[in-house]
Design a protein around this ligand. Structure first.
Ligand code: ATP
Length: 944
């Protein structure tokens, strides 16, 4: 591209396409060379809208301290250092230093966790990075849209999102939706002809713009502007980085966290007030210490960081799903997937392989079968009853296949002896079939050059081309293929031998009958027809479009093709059923084909099917009633899909629905989980979807449901663990204050607290870190997919979970206070007997309580001993926590810092024995609940 040409100077819409292409240095047949594209990319920069600069790491680290409680604690620690400086009671301001150190460690933990979540989300965005089709080096390829450069030859198909501004050089009924730029909601019919240079954006019919989508037809265009130079870039200006939206679960947890935070602050305030009022504020140092204790308690117990841990677990779930072929586009889908009750799936490509092979041709004379497999043109045509395919019959099949080759946009390619199809598999399958019949594809295309096309759409279920007849100048022919029912409505005659005969009602019924029987063999059916047109006839002069010419057709015959089920689909259907999820088949195909495949895969046991036409005559109530048990919908179009989603949802179902076409977007948006196809899906459908399948495979949806359930169940595990651990800490302190007198802790003028501020913070640091994260990656329960889905609308913290948190909290508090009381002078434990000793025992016991409790949290139904070694991370986390705790008790410097003394082997045994009680007691509770045999749901029975 000449250096000095600016896009504005070209005014590409006002000039002929060829001029624009020439000026941009592009060959409109072969596009740019890849080396030239590379050079231009360096010069023009990536085709991206600029986003806000990222927040630097140090600011993100500092943000960890922005919590009011943490700030209060920092202030208290600072004051305690000042008090130390005045009083100099110890050699170092231990308390203040330890608190600040722990807060720093906490901040690092939070920072690392957030960093991981961010990274995971960023790699997600990269996975979903959009691509565009271009011609480079004369070949069609997919490139990342950020690599598009001015001069690139862009290919635009129905359903594509346009990713740069470009001047159209060729259009076939191309229509685009430009509401994002112009606000105009109806589609704009494009052309390649120049328009006035003053034309506004909406009137530049020969341009396509970044951010708009192609809703129909196809075309080619030369890129004129990328990135911030596009019309979209101009409007957008500086785009703020869109923050990832929070999920309902995160919002719920945020809300719960805030409520619990307030409760904890109130309890801490009561503790502080009680200490100050009942036991007096002797001096400033005591007041600071009491305040610090209260704030430390609040900081340790307030679960405000829950949402961040949830993000990490969600993000890890998302990565596991990605490894299994499901790319999550919207985070809430991870949670919703776990409660899906219906998977409504397309057939072609999702349940079947989308590898079509023509098996049968039926013309007026009779049925012919084709041998051979795959895309290879090796094989032959075998007429029924060992008759000979010759004369009029041969003419019929030749005419049929010729039309099928011409009304076709696919290509058959041979490379190193391997045959492959480029384009739509349905169309592609017709090419080897034609070769098997002896047609020369090149010759056919040469003799009948195409002049117009009416593209296929899921609504019309037809596709036509208008071709010149090179053998008889001035003569044009329309070739049409499509769903037999739709096609027959437009036919008046049939080709019989070499004759055009009138289609009688009886013959129509007969053809439909044959279609049924082909469909019952699980064959996908296609009808083919043609019609002679006179060049310059009245229709053409009136500017008739190809779609309007599809009438008075001559029916040429039927084609039946197989598309074998995916080998893994049957097992996946079974897994879904076992998990209480109902699979439903929704297809544009013939009802017979749909039922045959549904039966083969176990989706349906009978012949019941609702067709698009029947659906249209049903009221909402009738549809809702039918939707309760119908498993197969056939000949539906995208609007019907939307009604089916709504009917299912009206029945209380949580619907995962697949879609690939441009018009599937509304249904995908309405479904609880919209699932788009990564390979065959249009950009529009992917943008509307929550989940994109990289392999278009039904089994992947089931795998994603399993991961979704596992994520939700793990979130419950660590949530239950964290909340019950915090309850243990708070209740220990709370009981020690309110029950001080009966326990004999408060009658010496000053209350004896069982734990110091530093000790509480330490326990919290150890247990909130590694064990909680290890629970977040707990391997899924083996029977996760043998339970019914979680009831929708059930909160993440169920009533039973609350009970569990309460029981564990009380057990921990009672056990810790018991050990403390027993270790004090006069207590029954025969230790050294000082307060430090009592606190060290209480401190260690409470810490061990948390570690035992981590095993409880792995399941709320099953014994903690079931598969106890399956989560290696949890054992590592427990080991790490103990390894970090031991120096605090034995290293003199740390003893001074934490106010601890060394413990004997006997002390450890006692401490472990008491701490393990939480395991035995919860085991007992689980046992009782198993006996009561509550129906378990996917994430544990703690639902009622
Ligand atoms: P699903 O993917 O939902 O299972 P489908 O992909 O089979 O459905 P469509 O692609 O809408 O559904 O096809 C519906 C019918 O339209 C087919 O049964 C076939 O008869 C006809 N058809 C499909 N593709 C073409 C095409 N390229 N040209 C003409 N007719 C076609």
């Amino acid at each position: 591209m000449p250096e000095n040409i600016k896009v504005e100077q070209i005014a590409p819409h006002a000039r002929p396409a060829a001029d624009v292409a020439a000026e941009l240095g592009t060959d409109i047949a072969t596009g740019l060379s890849s080396s030239e594209a590379q050079v231009r990319l360096e010069r023009s920069g990536a085709n991206e809208l600029e986003s806000e600069v990222a927040v630097p790491a140090w600011r993100r680290f500092l943000a960890q301290f922005k919590d009011a409680l943490v700030l209060l604690l920092v202030a208290a620690a600072a004051i305690s250092c000042i008090v130390w400086a005045v009083e100099r009671e110890t050699s170092l301001p231990y308390e203040g230093l330890v608190i600040i150190t722990i807060l720093l460690l906490n901040a690092i933990l939070g920072f690392v966790q957030e960093g991981r979540a961010e990274k995971a989300l960023a790699s997600l965005r990269a996975m979903a990075a959009p691509e565009a089709s271009v011609v480079r080096d004369g070949e069609q390829r997919r490139v990342a849209t950020r690599d598009l450069v001015p001069g690139d030859l862009l290919i635009i198909n129905e359903g594509d999102t346009v990713s740069a501004d470009a001047r159209l050089v060729e259009v076939v009924e191309l229509q685009t939706l430009e509401a994002s730029l112009t606000g105009e909601s109806s589609p704009v019919l494009k052309s390649a002809e120049p328009v006035e240079s003053e034309a506004g954006i909406g009137d530049r019919l020969n341009m396509v713009f970044a951010g708009t989508t192609a809703s129909f037809g196809h075309g080619r265009a030369v890129v004129t502007a990328t990135g911030m130079s596009t019309e979209l870039g101009r409007i957008a200006g500086m785009l703020k980085t869109t923050k990832s939206p929070t999920t309902p679960l995160q919002r719920e947890l945020d809300h719960t966290g805030k409520q619990l935070g307030v409760a904890v602050v109130v309890i801490a305030a009561v503790v502080v007030a009680t200490l100050l009022v009942l036991y007096g504020a002797r001096d400033a140092a005591t007041v600071v210490r009491v305040l610090m204790f209260g704030v430390a308690l609040a900081v340790a117990a307030a679960p405000e960081g829950l949402a961040a841990v949830v993000t990490v677990v969600l993000a890890m779930g998302v990565q596991r799903m990605a490894r299994r072929g499901a790319i999550v586009r919207k985070l809430p889908a991870v949670e919703t997937l776990g409660s899906a009750t219906v998977i409504a799936s397309d057939k072609t490509g999702t349940l079947t392989r989308n590898e079509m092979t023509v098996r049968v041709l039926v013309t007026a004379t009779g049925r012919v079968e084709l041998t051979g497999t795959g895309n290879s043109p090796e094989g032959e045509l075998r007429p029924k009853d060992q008759q000979k395919l010759e004369g009029p019959w041969k003419n019929e099949t030749d005419e049929l296949l010729r039309a099928a080759v011409l009304a076709n946009n696919a290509e058959l390619i041979e490379k190193d002896g391997v045959w492959s199809i480029q384009g739509d598999p349905t169309e592609g399958s017709l090419l080897p079939a034609a070769k098997k019949a002896g047609l020369d594809l090149g010759e056919v295309h040469e003799r009948y050059p195409r002049v117009a096309e009416a593209p296929f759409s899921s609504e019309r279920k037809l596709m036509s081309t208008v071709n010149e007849d090179g053998g008889s100048p001035g003569h044009r022919i329309l070739f049409t293929k499509g769903a037999p029912g739709m096609l027959l409505e437009r036919c008046t005659h049939e080709l019989s031998g070499e004759q055009k005969v009138l289609l009688t009602p009886e013959r129509r019924a007969q053809i439909l009958q044959v279609t049924e029987s082909l469909a019952a063999e699980a064959l996908r059916t296609l009808g083919v027809a043609s019609r002679s047109l006179d060049t310059g006839g009245p229709e053409e002069e009136a500017g008739g479009r190809a779609t309007e010419l599809e009438r008075d057709l001559v029916f040429l015959g039927l084609i039946g093709m197989i598309d074998p089920p995916r080998p893994e689909a049957r097992a996946a259907v079974e897994r879904a059923r076992a998990a209480g999820i109902r699979p439903i088949l929704i297809t544009g195909d013939h009802p017979g084909t749909a039922v045959a495949i549904a039966k083969e895969l176990g989706i349906s046991a009978d012949d019941r099917v609702v067709t698009g036409a029947q659906l249209e005559s049903m009221s909402e109530q009738e549809l809702a009633a039918a939707a309760r048990d119908i498993a197969v919908y056939a000949r539906v179009n995208p609007q019907h899909k939307l009604r089916i989603v709504k009917a299912l949802q009206g029945n209380g179902e949580i619907v995962a629905m697949t879609g690939d076409g441009v018009n599937d977007a509304p249904a995908l948006k309405s479904a609880d989980i919209g699932v788009a196809m990564g390979i065959t899906g249009t950009d529009v459908s992917k943008e509307a979807a929550d989940l994109v399948l990289t392999d278009d495979n039904f089994a992947t949806i089931v795998a994603a449901v399993e991961e979704g359930r596992a994520v939700f169940s793990n979130i419950r595990k660590f949530l239950g663990y964290l909340l019950s651990s915090n309850a243990g800490e708070v209740l220990t302190v709370f009981f020690s204050v309110v029950l001080a007198r009966p326990l004999g802790l408060g009658d010496r003028g000053m209350l004896v607290l069982p734990l110091l501020a530093t000790q509480i913070l330490w326990i919290n640091l150890l247990t909130d870190g590694a064990p909680a994260l290890a629970l977040g990656v707990d391997p899924p329960d083996p029977d996760l997919m043998r339970r019914p889905p979680r009831p929708s609308g059930e909160g993440v913290i169920s009533r039973k979970m609350r009970w569990n948190i309460g029981i564990v909290g009380v057990v921990m508090a009672v056990g810790t206070l018991f050990i403390f009381d027993a270790s004090l002078p006069g207590g029954f434990i025969d230790g050294p007997g000082g307060i430090e000793y009592g606190r060290t025992m209480a401190f260690t016991t409470l810490m061990l309580f948390q570690l035992f409790n981590a095993f409880n949290a792995r399941s709320y139904v099953h014994s903690a001993f079931r598969g106890v070694f399956r989560n290696g991370w949890l054992w590592a986390a427990v080991g790490l926590s103990i390894a970090l705790h031991i120096p605090v008790i034995y290293v003199p410097f740390l003893q001074a810092a934490f106010g601890t003394v060394r413990l004997s082997g006997g002390d450890w045994v006692l401490s472990i024995a008491v701490a393990s009680s939480v395991l035995w007691i919860v085991e007992g509770v689980k046992f009782l609940s198993r006996i009561r045999q509550q129906p378990a749901t996917a994430e544990g029975p703690l639902t009622k």
